[in-house]
Design a binder for this molecule. Structure first.
Ligand SMILES: *[C@@H]1O[C@H](CO)[C@@H](O)[C@H](O)[C@H]1NC(C)=O
Ligand SMILES: *[C@@H]1O[C@H](CO)[C@@H](O)[C@H](O)[C@H]1NC(C)=O
Ligand SMILES: *[C@@H]1O[C@H](CO)[C@@H](O)[C@H](O)[C@H]1NC(C)=O
Length: 357
């Protein structure tokens, strides 16, 4: 008898976890973001307008919080800086942030009201968009970032999956700059099944252990990048698989800072990558970045080891390099490249000689 009711209770607890019994807190105006911040079940019901110079600070959500985004949240143009708070910050453990499939979730950054062709390098101040600092097993899926003023996602924390997200900055092709889609300084991150049209890196990994970038389409930007990796930083275990890079300046790209004295880049794999109309360099590895620009001479004590490139194929535009490598002598090792078929072929490689050069 006692055992039977104990089992019944255990079943009840397993079938109805606390979160499912929580009342859903509905956000239908800007004030709702603060008043729902301590709920574990939140439904954002757009349209909602976030006032100028205001942000959504959900950096301290309760463990296991589930968020559903329906409709559009529009962030009014203000004067927040790139170094200041992001327009939205989400942090906590085991967080789910999901767009509604029947009423598409859109976060609209009003990028066009900021874009001045200067990006991060001056002009009007521009805030970064979406700071992810979740841990545990967290998932962000099925929504769109529209018109980011500058960088779209800044990802920290660990254990987060981003799935089926769109970063649509296609309207910024003439004036939007530095609109990186996914900047990653984090561990164990998966970014998959996503679509990006922007004006800077599709992915930029600056320090990380374990990044999987799978089944993504990147249009209009600067390619799928590791770096620029700064002296002292470590990037390890990055896999990029089954992605298309189109109408971009670069495809796969690894860049480290000129004169780096410590740190490392290791175990990097790019596999099954399609390049379409790459305008500057198809595949790039270089150790000469200084203040965000290539210097033309590689000096480094930051080894790049274990770079596998398999089945990288497609086209660069006339005059572009299909493969470009500039390594300091002895600092690039364990390069295992096969099935590199980028046309027209034009290569420039120094410091290391993988297949494909
Ligand atoms: C490769 O990625 C594309 C999206 O770019 C997707 O449609 C396709 O299903 C993926 N293939 C595999 C084998 O996952
Ligand atoms: C990198 O990945 C390999 C293979 O999955 C794993 O053995 C290694 O521990 C990872 N590196 C670190 C520092 O976790
Ligand atoms: C080189 O890469 C290929 C394809 O991924 C793999 O089969 C092979 O084992 C690798 N060789 C070495 C020496 O790592």
């Amino acid at each position: 008898m006692i055992l039977a009711s104990f089992l019944a209770l255990a079943t009840y607890v397993a079938a109805a976890p606390l979160d499912a019994r929580a009342t859903t807190c509905v956000v239908s105006s800007y004030a709702g973001f603060a008043s729902c911040a301590s709920s574990t079940s939140i439904h954002i019901q757009g349209p909602i307008t976030v006032p100028a110079n205001s942000v959504i600070d959900w950096s301290g959500l309760k463990s296991g919080t589930q968020i559903l985004l329906s409709g559009t949240v529009t962030f009014t143009k203000g004067t927040l800086k790139e170094s200041g708070p992001k327009l939205i910050t989400v942090g906590g453990s085991g967080i789910t942030f999901k767009g509604d499939s029947s009423n598409p979730g859109i976060l609209d950054g009003q990028g066009a009201s900021y874009w001045d062709g200067k990006g991060s390098n001056g002009g009007v101040p521009k805030p970064k968009f979406f700071r992810v600092e979740t841990t545990g097993t967290s998932v962000f899926s099925n929504f769109k970032i529209l018109n980011a003023p500058v960088q779209a996602f800044s990802i920290g924390g660990s254990g987060t999956t981003i799935d089926n997200v769109k970063v649509d900055n296609s309207a910024g092709d003439s004036l939007g700059h530095n609109t990186d889609a996914f900047d990653v300084s984090a561990n164990s991150i998966i970014i998959q099944n996503s679509w990006v049209h922007n004006q800077d890196d599709c992915l930029a990994v600056n320090s990380a252990n374990g990044v999987h970038f799978l089944n993504n389409i990147c249009i209009g930007g600067h390619g799928i990048s590791i770096g620029s990796v700064a002296s002292g930083s470590v990037v390890e275990n990055v896999t990029v698989k089954n992605c298309t890079v189109q109408s971009s300046t670069f495809g796969p790209r690894i860049k480290t800072d000129y004169g780096a004295t410590s740190g490392s880049v290791s175990s990097i794999t790019y596999q099954d990558i399609t390049l379409i109309d790459i305008s500057s360099m198809g595949i790039v590895v270089r150790q000469d970045y200084e203040n965000g620009s290539p210097k033309g001479t590689a000096v480094s004590k930051m080894p790049i080891t274990g770079v596998t490139m398999t089945n990288i194929h497609g086209t660069v535009t006339s005059g572009a390099d299909s493969v470009f490598i500039l390594c300091a002598t002895g600092e690039c090792t364990g390069f295992n490249w096969s099935e590199i078929n980028i046309t027209p072929k034009k290569t420039s490689c120094s410091g290391v000689t993988p297949t494909g050069c």
